[in-house]
Design a protein around this ligand. Structure first.
Ligand code: F3S
Length: 437
């Protein structure tokens, strides 16, 4: 148990008083476990002070911030930090980079950018950060126990951990790296039970036939997220058993709003009933959701109805092996239209499995590419990066995708038009180079 000993360091404030620190935390803060641990815990105490946290929590897992070379100073900061020889103290996976570490040349990444991005691999290894480079680490088996505390970056991962697995996390930022080193996080935000209570009730009255694809669940997430912002929606009336639906919906909830936690009674980790979800209280507001809301959500994000397509993106969030298989079967014996790029994004471990099964080869035989470590909006295709490296802007003209999150970001970050259509139609668009005519 944390203590508030008389000899506790005069650090932290809890509502004007000192933050509780355990004896072990005091020792670590004073440098007994070395300078990197002392620095890391010092950051956590200061962070906690700023948010009136009462104590630090032991965390069991970290999803580590992306250190992408497209962000100025990001790689340099990591290199400088790594010189202090920090080591992670809990299992730590890494989020996406700005390119596929193996295929960057064939994908048109400028060499200067690629060389800089590759520099992160060595310090990550030395620190003990696992080179997963993905937004879906839970698909690789990083599944903390229910009610455990973790520290995660990447909004689509945060919402999955909080909601589906019931592992408690805030939306981590750059300070998450210090959590990895000291194994601590302040008790604040979604680490407090009272903040995990549902706020708004959504009664889903969409007919079964209109709520069955990955895209349909993405549209639902766009709609609900745009209403609740950063609060905690409770969705009643969803019966999906498919993990990909939940992943897609969570990603758009976190994008159109900034939702980090939601409940679906009977499906998510912390609510068997609507009463559970609201901790016995009443919702602030109740909304009915029908198919018109989903159509409206698509119209909000899709910038065109059809026509020429030069890029098709699947795998946002990063696909699992089953999804790769589905795409491989759809492409079997077919050829993608000339001038069209099809990317299917995943992590490198799942790609290895897809190669072992022959699915990656099937996608590539059709002219597609299984991309690891990254995705278009995190890549050299960003307009700002194109301008810095003398690449054409926009890098692509029209992207077709089934992902509401990707569609929402590409217009601003890449500057292309967006066509939000389901997976089958994405494949059709890739084969024809057009859609809707
Ligand atoms: Fe992942 Fe990129 Fe989408 S990081 S969630 S594939 S925007």
């Amino acid at each position: 148990m944390p203590i508030r000993g008389d000899d506790a360091p005069l650090r932290g404030s809890y509502k004007g008083e000192y933050m509780y620190l355990s004896k072990e935390e005091e020792k670590n803060l004073s440098g007994e476990e070395g300078e990197p641990v002392a620095e890391a815990i010092d950051y956590m105490v200061k962070f906690g002070e700023a948010f009136d946290a009462e104590r630090l929590l032991d965390i069991v897992y970290v999803h580590y911030p992306a250190e992408m070379a497209i962000y100025e100073g990001s790689v340099e900061d990591l290199m400088e930090y790594a010189e202090k020889r920090p080591k992670v103290s809990v299992p730590t996976t890494s989020s996406t980079l700005c390119m596929d570490l193996d295929q960057w040349k064939a994908m048109g990444v400028p060499e200067e950018l690629a060389i800089k991005q590759m520099e992160v691999v060595r310090p990550h290894k030395e620190m003990g950060v696992l080179g997963t480079y993905t937004c879906t680490p839970y698909l690789l088996g990083f599944i903390p126990p229910k009610d455990s505390y973790i520290a995660s970056v990447e909004s689509s991962a945060v919402i999955y951990y909080n909601s589906m697995l019931g592992a408690w996390t805030n939306r981590g930022g750059i300070l998450t790296k210090y959590s990895a080193v000291c194994g601590k996080y302040p008790e604040m935000g979604y680490m407090l039970k009272e903040n995990r209570k549902g706020t708004h009730l959504f009664r889903i009255e969409v007919e079964k036939e209109n709520l069955q694809t990955f895209l349909d669940y993405n549209l639902l997430g766009i709609h609900v997220g745009s209403i609740v912002g950063s609060e905690v929606p409770v969705l009643d009336g969803i019966r999906t058993q498919k993990q990909e639906h939940i992943i897609g919906m969570g990603a758009t909830l976190a994008t159109s709003g900034s939702v980090s936690l939601y409940h679906i009674p009977g499906i998510t980790a912390e609510a068997n009933t609507i009463e559970d979800a609201f901790h016995g209280d009443c919702p602030k507001e109740t909304f009915m959701v029908d198919v018109n809301d989903l159509n409206e959500a698509r119209n909000q994000v899709s910038t065109i109805d059809g026509g020429k397509v030069d890029f098709v993106l699947l795998g946002c969030p990063h696909y699992n092996l089953g999804q790769l298989r589905g795409v491989a079967l759809m492409l079997q014996g077919k050829k993608i239209a000339k001038g069209v790029k099809l990317w299917v994004c995943t992590n490198r471990m799942t790609k290895l499995a897809a190669e072992w099964q022959g699915y990656a080869q099937m996608i590539e035989a059709a002219g597609g590419r299984v991309v690891c470590d990254s995705c278009p909006v995190e890549s050299h295709m960003r307009s700002s990066t194109c301008k810095s490296y003398g690449l054409p802007t926009p890098y692509i003209e029209v992207m077709a995708t089934e992902s509401g999150k990707m569609a929402r970001y590409v217009k601003d970050l890449i500057g292309c038009e967006t066509l939000l259509i389901d997976r089958k139609n994405c494949i059709k668009a890739a084969l024809k180079g057009r859609w809707g005519e």
